[in-house]
Design a protein around this ligand. Sequence first.
Ligand SMILES: C[S@@+](CC[C@H](N)C(=O)[O-])C[C@H]1O[C@@H](n2cnc3c(N)ncnc32)[C@H](O)[C@@H]1O
Length: 242
Amino acid sequence: MAEKPYSYVSKIYNYLMRSVNYQEWADYVYSIYDFMNIRGSSVLELASGNSKLSVLLLKRFPGIIVTDLSYEMLKLSNSSGLKKVCCNMAELPFKNKFSFIYSTFDSINYLDNEESINKFFKNIFHILNDEACFTFDVSLEKNSIKHEKRLNRKGKVDGLKFIQNSKYDRTTKIHQNKFKIKLEDGSIVEEIHRQKIYDFEYYFNIIEQHNLYVVHCFNSFTYDDANSESERAQFVVKKRLH
Ligand SMILES: C[S@@+](CC[C@H](N)C(=O)[O-])C[C@H]1O[C@@H](n2cnc3c(N)ncnc32)[C@H](O)[C@@H]1O
């Protein structure tokens, strides 16, 4: 039976991400906060997953709130300093505004249809304060093409066997990752992850449509401008003030 994304993949997530340098990623996110001269301390992470990145930023952002759609993913972190909210980033429950919001590692690509991505940016407009910025990275087509084959893999983690099948469809622009996991009791579960690989220009259009604007768009982990040939792009967005 196909399960909700990250119900079971949470069990192998830290293994899948073992080569990710979260310290470097956290430093980059913080450098954007600094570069943008943000002073406020109300900070929110969207789709935080195992929240490793925010744990590394806790000293700098003590009141940080992390959110994710998957309760199982949020449970991966037992840091007492984090405030956690299990919610859909397209339907955020917050009434207050934030000075800095971020999301990392292709999470925005999980908003795989027009309705959810529109709802998402509409929400972002409402929860950013006037001086705030929102920064997020996206995976672009070149990245999907480059990594499609490599992500066909299998392995064994803590007694669980898994097979990952990765397929990028250039027509629908959906990158699908199918995971089959054999659990401790021998049962096999399946999870399907769908990510939409929107065109580079699409982000600029949709952001503008929601009274926001792109202040910077960098090649991820750098301060160089990204373009449609980039593999990953890091957007820095602010609210348009009338
Ligand atoms: C690739 S993981 C990235 C996690 C984390 N940011 C990291 O860097 O390790 C994508 C995350 O997005 C979450 N996610 C997917 N769709 C979501 C949604 N609509 N709302 C909130 N979280 C979502 C998943 O549960 C998962 O934890």
